[in-house]
Design a protein around this ligand. Structure first.
Ligand SMILES: [Zn+2]
Length: 444
């Protein structure tokens, strides 16, 4: 064999091997792509897509996920954002480590191009700071955010929010607002968690204020005009709508149609800026069919929500499409299901109240949510389940208008720094506390 023969044969061999290797890598990528396509399609159907029209905005194939701004853009194949399978890790790191606005800007600017190397390098250097107060305590190093639902600690505000129970049981007059219960629960729970070493924040820091730091009535008198002007200037609302809110709408309408969104967005901002390990959004439930809650019900159950369950028209805004993609490719929903599952079990055990079953499902649950693998935990697209990053539990413990619960909640037999609350509220705080420990046990 001459050197010439050897070289020729080598060239032929290399010529054969290189395309074979390339073909095998390509095949591997395709197989990997197909399994990712199948995994995320199943996940989307299971947790995120309640109405099939949502698929008019999304395409999952063996090479990437495309998000479209409109059904027409999908028909014309003009994606707003293309995430290649090998970019999922970088995208998740960007959402986790960047400021919220910067992560959203990255989505907005991406189009069909790949993340550039400068951006990828940045994702490995931004540190997450943690304050460890007492390393020996079991929750040392854990950051927990708590959102006490609603704003109306007094009954008048409860009326404006339409979140109150007022009834005459003959031997007892019942009167409380849901916000009074959620704030006391959050406050008691914060104390318990801090005693175990956790760093905890509340989105409302005093019982009579919203997350904006003032009450709704103060805001109505002092800040409404300025906030309306700002909302018009930034294109969030029309001038006509602002004028209607200012000149014609009742206080309750201003609350529902404008203030509530300001308050929700501020809650999400406070929580996302804190970068918690987990977030609890605290609410108490009421029987939907018993509205106006002026007589008691015998029903009672617990339920919790996580993100997902998108219905028609819920991907009209770019930010919501960004959140959809984040929820699809991160493990936030899966972790939220685990956290909420642990908490719902502790509600049942500590409160001796059953978990919601299929027969208890209200119309809003049937129409706007998807069941998960955990009993009593549903994927539902609420402002606070959509915009808060990381594991969340949106808890709806017991029915406030239940015949026994309304008496227990009306007792106000427990002193706490904001006044008086009920020992039943303490039971609910304890259930959340135990649920967090359960979750951390299974998730660490
Ligand atoms: Zn509520």
């Amino acid at each position: 064999m001459t050197i010439g023969d050897f070289s020729r044969k080598s060239i032929i061999l290399v010529g054969l091997l290189v395309p074979m290797l390339f073909w095998s890598f390509q095949l591997k990528d395709e197989v990997r792509g197909e399994s990712l396509q199948s995994f995320y399609t199943i996940k989307a159907k299971r947790f995120l897509v309640k109405h099939d029209v949502i698929w008019d905005y999304v395409e999952i194939n063996n090479r990437w996920i495309d998000i479209f701004a409109s059904p027409d853009d999908k028909k014309n194949n003009i994606p707003e954002c293309r995430l290649y399978w090998d970019e999922v890790g970088v995208f998740n790191t960007i959402v986790k480590k960047f400021r919220y606005e910067d992560a959203f800007a990255t989505y907005k600017n991406k189009g069909t191009s790949r993340f550039d190397s400068l951006l990828i390098a940045q994702t490995s250097i931004i540190p997450t700071e943690k304050v460890i107060v007492n390393a020996k305590l079991p929750l040392a190093g854990k950051r927990i955010a708590i959102d006490p639902g609603h704003v109306g600690n007094d009954f008048q505000m409860g009326l404006i929010e339409s979140r109150f129970v007022k009834m005459d049981l003959g031997d007892e007059k019942i009167e409380f607002s849901e916000a009074e219960l959620t704030f006391a629960t959050a406050y008691l729970l914060k104390d318990m968690l801090e005693a175990q070493g956790a760093e905890v924040i509340l989105t409302r820091t005093s019982c009579n204020t919203s997350s904006l730091g003032i009450s709704f009535s103060e805001w109505y008198k002092t800040r409404m005009d300025g906030d309306l002007i700002e909302a018009v200037n930034s294109g969030k609302i029309s001038k006509e709508f602002a004028d209607w809110l200012k000149n014609e709408a009742s206080e309750a309408k201003v609350f529902q149609k404008f203030f509530q969104t300001l308050d929700w967005r501020e809650r999400c901002k406070i929580i996302n800026d804190f970068r918690p390990d987990l977030t609890l959004i605290i609410h108490y439930n009421a029987d939907e069919e018993n509205y106006t809650w002026s007589k008691p019900t015998t029903k009672n159950y617990n339920v919790a929500f996580v993100g997902g369950g998108y219905v028609k028209d819920e991907l009209l805004k770019e930010e919501d499409r960004f959140q959809f993609l984040r929820q699809l490719v991160s493990t936030d929903i899966e972790n939220s299901v685990k956290l909420s599952g642990s908490i719902v079990k502790c509600f049942e055990n500590c409160l001796k109240v059953p978990t919601m079953t299929k027969k208890d499902e209200s119309n809003s649950i049937k129409n706007f949510s998807l069941p998960t693998s955990q009993k009593g935990v549903y994927a539902r697209n609420l402002a606070l389940t959509r915009y808060i990053l990381g594991p969340i539990c949106y808890g709806e413990s017991l029915l406030q208008d239940n015949i026994q619960e309304c008496r227990a909640l009306n007792k106000r037999d427990l002193d706490y720094p904001c006044g008086k609350t009920s020992s039943r509220v303490k039971d609910v705080a304890t259930a959340y506390y135990k649920g967090i420990f359960e979750y951390l046990k299974i998730n660490n």
